[in-house]
Write a protein that binds this ligand. Structure first.
Ligand SMILES: [Zn+2]
Length: 201
């Protein structure tokens, strides 16, 4: 059984699907032997986060499996809207998790009835450290709107980008990337995601 708040997303599912939200799951208590929640919790603000955890706990009979980004530095994916000045995360992430945080994730809502069996990094990739100073010079940090598909300010809806600036935008971004490569030439392995498995008592 799949769940999403968006009708279009549900059309892509091969299994039976229901429209709803994590903070209010349209299922009875302990309806499922196992629930899977991938790349969703990092999008939930304070008003939705604990209700969502409570709902996952409520509808699960045995196992809960979660994946979230690993210890994400949220500011590295922030953009500034050229029209209204608001800063926001490019993918809409509003919280970051560590493996330790996942181990105690259900403590507040389940009071010891959800045991963390495993919390570990997955999907290791080679990455380069990002210079903080060079990051502050990135085009989107000083007022140039990003050219990526789907970029839209969640506060005012602005999605514009001046096409005649595109060549300069690219050269600027490439120069910063090369400079960062000089400062931090050696990549290191880092798990992009965290996976946590819980058992409900
Ligand atoms: Zn805006």
């Amino acid at each position: 059984m799949g769940l999403d708040s968006d009708f279009d997303a549900l059309h892509g599912l091969a299994c039976p699907a229901v429209r709803g939200t994590l903070a209010r799951l349209p299922f009875p208590d302990r309806a499922f032997d196992a629930t899977v929640c991938c790349e969703a919790l990092e999008h939930l603000d304070d008003a939705l986060f604990e209700p969502a955890l409570h709902e996952l706990f409520r509808v699960t009979k045995r196992y809960i499996l979660l994946t979230v980004p690993n210890d994400e530095n949220l500011t590295l994916s922030c953009r500034r809207c050229r029209r209204c000045g608001a800063q926001f995360h490019f993918h809409g992430h509003v919280r970051s998790f560590t493996a330790d945080a996942l181990r105690g994730l259900f403590q507040a809502v389940a009071r010891g009835r959800v045991l963390c069996r495993e919390a570990r990094g997955i999907v290791p990739v080679a990455v380069f450290r990002q210079s903080r100073w060079l990051y502050r010079l990135r085009p989107e940090q000083i007022g140039f709107w990003i050219a990526r598909k789907g970029a839209r300010c969640p506060h005012c809806g602005f999605a514009g980008f001046d096409r005649h600036w595109r060549p300069l935008f690219r050269v600027w971004s490439l120069a910063l990337k090369l400079a960062n490569g000089v400062l931090h030439p050696v990549p290191y392995w880092r798990s992009c995601w965290l996976l946590a498995l819980y058992e409900v008592g």
